[in-house]
Design a protein around this ligand. Structure first.
Ligand SMILES: NC(=O)c1ccc[n+]([C@@H]2O[C@H](COP(=O)([O-])OP(=O)(O)OC[C@H]3O[C@@H](n4cnc5c(N)ncnc54)[C@H](OP(=O)(O)O)[C@@H]3O)[C@@H](O)[C@H]2O)c1
Length: 258
């Protein structure tokens, strides 16, 4: 039997469709989460309960895997958790480590991005065969920025910011493909099909959710937000995603999740 692919962050926005895609491709999958598996989940994969922050369950999670798709994230400790994962993977063998990162982590001095860049460096220096994919923001994240403000009488929008949101299932498909291929180092970035003003995306989200709110632009201070405004998170020459933000919103509305 094939060695399983370990997916860290398997319960997350990205990890879930990565698991789905790997299973659809016929791969053996081991899903990692800090939580026990739901009793109703009878899909054909293994489950590894592990906390990357403490290391509890980690050696068992990496045992015998041929590939690790590292999707787990936690803004407070991504560098420490990635280091711990690499150390355990090396004790277990030489699995192919596939890491998901963000377009612009080397251009935008934002603390979370600094930690993603540091984690990339750890992956590159890990001694393991590796692949890194950077993508732009997922549609879900961009929609959530508006939807979380449902209790406010207005909707705040970061002034002058543009996004190039990408459909997470397309990112998952690419990661699954990379995980089942040879280690490739840093692969070309992946961006969504359109670069759009944050204001325009917020208006679309409100429209799809059937909410009427005045949009209030907020100019965010500091070097990081200047770099965001200068387009540091965009990859216009890598607009390879095909699902538009409006198509995503339509699907979400149909599923009753707006
Ligand atoms: N969201 C975006 O727009 C975007 C864009 C580009 C790249 N990315 C990258 O894609 C990756 C996944 O993002 P996401 O949006 O899918 O994140 P998410 O929905 O917040 O999911 C985070 C996952 O990490 C797991 N996790 C957190 N702390 C953990 C710990 N201590 N030990 C083990 N597992 C832990 C969680 O699992 P449990 O709670 O089940 O333990 C959860 O499955 C991240 O690396 C992110 O930087 C995201």
């Amino acid at each position: 039997m094939d060695e399983p692919v370990l997916v860290t962050g398997a319960t997350g926005t990205l990890g879930r469709p990565v698991v789905d895609r790997l299973l659809a491709d016929g791969a053996a999958v081991r899903a990692m989460s800090r939580r026990p598996r739901r009793g109703s989940d009878d899909r054909p994969y293994e489950w590894a309960v592990c906390d990357l922050a403490s290391g509890v369950g980690l050696d068992a999670a990496v045992r015998g895997v041929g590939t690790i798709v590292h999707c787990a994230t936690n803004a407070r400790n991504d560098v420490a958790t990635t280091r711990r994962l690499i150390e355990a993977a090396r004790r277990a063998g030489t699995p192919h480590l596939v890491y998901i990162s963000i377009v612009g982590v080397d251009r935008v001095p934002f603390p979370y991005y600094d930690s993603k860049l540091a984690a990339e460096r750890l992956v590159e220096a890990s001694g393991l065969p590796w692949t890194i994919l950077r993508t732009t923001q997922f549609h879900d994240l961009v929609a959530t920025m508006t939807l979380v403000q449902r209790r406010l009488p207005v909707t705040l929008v970061p002034a002058g910011l543009r996004f190039q949101p990408v459909e997470v299932t397309e990112v998952a498909g690419r990661l699954a493909e990379l995980a089942q291929g040879a280690p490739s180092g840093r692969v070309p970035d992946m961006g969504g099909p359109e670069v759009r003003e944050a204001r325009d995306l917020a208006a679309s989200t409100l429209g799809a959710a059937g909410r009427r709110r005045r949009l209030v632009p907020v100019r965010l201070p500091g070097k990081a937000f200047r770099a965001f405004r200068e387009g540091g998170i965009l990859a216009p020459d890598r607009a390879v995603g095909t699902v538009t933000f409006e198509e995503y919103l339509e699907g979400r509305a149909k599923a009753g999740r707006l």
